[in-house]
Design a protein. Structure first.
Ligand code: MN
Length: 718
């Protein structure tokens, strides 16, 4: 018997309201054989019975939710097991049904998928907290086992976001933040654009309802007025393709809201600047035609120099491929054009999920499946060797890709995270090359190993057979691969070797501070060793030699007694004294500026992070005194720092503009403005500004405080 057809006729109230089942069935029948569709319909009957009587917060019967999740996956042509698991995904969690029941009726594969999704549900993400590392790790591990688990989970989250209105306000914000922090980046990393875009827009909408409304209204208005222009350009391009007898589809592309918002926030553009860019996509049959069409549009409109990107030759890390170019359209309006094949388009929309859709060419290493698999494999290796924190760091680097591309001397392209040094490059080529590197040439010029790489440089590593990794490299390497390899090497060294090495490194660092192990004297060494909770000098040397403790840091600590009172005395031209040879960054939580009392905290993988002494986050770190170094500002600092202030104002028209112009008049750039709160007659505005130092900030705050509509000004600190 045709189970599916029978089910539909039996469905209670099917004619009135089938809760999405009919659409789902229509989609499934296009690409799945009948037995599999029947199996999915059995899953539906099973889940509908289990959820009977339950409703969503929206008032809909609960079964409407798993059906919607299944529909999203069916649209991407996922296999029958994944669709069945999507329909059953909340059954174990929310009803009396057990996993064994599911296994009995639907087999071990579907049961394993349901189990994976249920387990993910139990993970609570506490964004930006330490617990995050462990949660994230579990999530990644689930992905490694079966990527379909995460696809179901993403579709689940998407539908929950689509129906978020019914939730209480506090919950909305938390879920929205988690969606932006965790789920959208994962969707992006897996190349599932259709999920990413919607997750981002919904996350933005619920996290920043006010900004969303303002931006959305403005965007609707401008889109209306742009329509004729977009049509005209599309027609012109289509006509040109036709004269060359090229089959191709031209569409005007709309940027999604969150990407517009991010562009405005990050690049500090006005809405008009961002929106007055017109996007077009041209989809053609094959790769050669892509380049041919590129030539055609370049002859139609003048290309903007430096804006052409060939993501066909160098796909993005998630497998995305396209040609990108920007043209000067009529009246000089910029036209952003993407040119790709149909296959590339499918990959651009569905990423890793396009695998199920069409059996992609597995030989090509550009397939998103292959890339996702490699990524996950690397993560699996990493999580065996690194700490939770390190693991998270590197996952984050992967999820928030800021890649640069450099070349090997033979012209191979090597993608690396932004901020990578030549040592990272060496390890990326091969662990042996990393272990034995002694010098580097960038574009044929010798440079120090710690040099950070820039896009499109050619990098050549000079190796020596006797060379060994230096634990001090840990202070500047960026990639987890390099860090893990260096640590690994250190661990295999004999104790005596590492003790020797550690002693030499420490002496070197002490010398930079005008001292040495001998000069410090036995008494100071002994106290310091005690303070560090170590048994002997050798133990300290060994830790340094093994790369577990950084030499410059230990040197600072040993000097502590006579340095503490006057940090940074006598150091030349550095912004932060006491951090020689280390990567320095400024904590986003407390935004320190010159003149603030600060401390340096050694963060794994990030070098030294400078915090203000009164930063609320310090409490957690205080338990590890060995990770602190005394630091101070240099006298002459020639750069600007971010700082954040809150301004309480009366609700008068134009107040925001007045405050902003006062800030600008006092020589500061505004990086970001947000409205933190709006009450009946007053508002709280928050500004992130660029200032030179405390005096500069104080001057700005004084000027703002004097304004007639300003009630209160304060500097923010976490
Ligand atoms: Mn669910």
């Amino acid at each position: 018997m045709d189970y599916a057809a029978a089910l539909l006729t039996k469905l209670p109230g099917a004619s009135r309201r089938d809760l999405g089942l009919r659409d789902l069935l229509d989609t499934l029948e296009v690409y799945l054989p009948k037995e599999q569709v029947d199996m999915i319909m059995r899953a539906y009957t099973f889940a509908a019975a289990a959820h009977r009587g339950q409703t969503r917060k929206t008032g809909e019967p609960y079964i409407s939710h798993p059906v919607a999740v299944a529909q999203d996956l069916a649209d991407m042509r996922l296999d029958a097991q994944a669709i069945a698991a999507a329909i059953l995904h909340d059954v174990v969690e929310d009803t009396a049904v057990s996993l064994a029941d599911i296994e009995k009726d639907f087999g071990p594969d579907v049961a394993a998928l349901v189990d994976g999704v249920s387990k993910l549900d139990q993970i609570e993400f506490h964004s930006r907290a330490e617990a995050q590392a462990e949660s994230f790790r579990k999530m990644i591990l689930a992905m490694i086992e079966d990527i379909r688990v995460i696809l179901v989970k993403l579709a689940d989250r998407l539908h929950n976001m689509q129906t978020l209105d019914a939730m209480p306000a506090a919950k909305k914000a938390r879920i929205a933040r988690e969606t932006l922090d965790i789920y959208a980046p994962i969707a992006n990393r897996l190349g599932i654009n259709r999920f990413k875009v919607e997750l981002e827009d919904l996350g933005f909408r619920y996290l920043y309802p006010f900004r969303y409304r303002v931006l959305n209204n403005a965007l609707q208005r401008s889109r209306g007025s742009q329509k004729p222009f977009v049509k005209r350009i599309s027609d012109e391009i289509e006509a040109t393709l036709a004269t060359e007898e090229i089959q191709g589809e031209v569409v005007g592309r709309e940027k999604h809201l969150y990407s517009i918002y991010k562009k405005m926030a990050e690049k500090k553009r006005s809405l008009n600047e961002v929106v007055d860019v017109y996007g077009f996509r041209i989809v053609v049959e094959d790769v050669n035609t892509c380049y041919q069409v590129l030539g055609l549009v370049h002859s139609l409109y003048k290309p903007m120099p430096g804006r052409f990107k060939d993501y066909i030759a160098i796909p993005r890390v998630n497998g995305y491929q396209s040609l990108h170019t920007t043209l000067f359209g009529p009246n000089g309006l910029p036209l952003e054009v993407q040119i790709r094949t149909r296959d590339m388009h499918r990959v651009a929309e569905s990423g890793v999920a396009s695998h199920w859709q069409y059996k992609a060419d597995e030989k090509s290493d550009a397939t998103p499946q292959r890339r996702a698999r490699e990524w996950l494999k690397n993560l699996a290796e990493l999580q065996r060797s690194g700490t939770s924190e390190e693991f998270l760091e590197s996952v984050k680097v992967d999820l928030f890709p800021d890649k640069i591309y450099v070349f090997t001397p033979t012209g191979d392209i090597m993608p690396l995270p932004k901020g990578s040094t030549t040592v990272d490059f060496a390890y990326a080529v091969h662990t042996d090359i990393g272990d034995r590197c002694v010098a580097t040439k960038i574009d044929r010029n010798l440079v120090p190993l710690r040099t950070q790489l820039q896009n499109s440089q050619t990098v050549e590593i000079v190796t020596s057979r006797d060379a060994k990794p230096n634990p001090n490299w840990l202070t500047f390497v960026r990639t987890a691969k390099a860090r893990t390899a260096i640590r690994h090497h250190m661990k295999t060294m004999r104790t005596s070797e590492s003790t020797d090495l550690g002693r030499r490194l420490l002496d070197q660092s002490l010398k930079d501070l005008g001292s040495s192990v001998r000069k410090l004297g036995k008494v100071r060494m002994k106290t310091a060793i005690g303070e560090l909770g170590l048994g002997s000098n050798d133990e300290l040397f060994e830790q340094i030699g093994l790369g577990e403790r950084l030499a410059p840091l230990a040197a600072r600590f040993l000097m502590g007694a006579d340095q503490a009172g006057k940090p940074g005395v006598g150091q030349a031209s550095l912004v932060i004294a006491g951090t020689e040879g280390m990567v320095v960054s400024y904590a986003r939580c407390c935004l320190p500026i010159p003149g603030d009392d600060v401390m340096g905290y050694l963060s794994s993988g990030r070098g030294v992070v400078i915090h203000r002494n009164q930063c609320g986050n310090l409490a957690i770190f205080r338990k590890q005194p060995e990770k602190w170094i005394a630091v101070g500002w240099e006298d002459e600092i020639d750069r600007e720092f971010s700082s954040q202030i809150s301004v309480d104002t009366r609700n008068k028209p134009g107040v925001l503009a007045e405050v902003a112009s006062t800030i600008a008049d006092n020589g500061s750039n505004i990086e970001q403005v947000s409205v933190l709160g709006r009450h009946e007659d007053c508002s709280v505005l928050s500004f992130v500004l660029q200032v030179r130092n405390r005096q500069h900030l104080a001057q700005i705050m004084r000027a703002v405080r004097k304004m007639s509509n300003v009630l209160r000004v304060s500097r923010d600190c976490a």
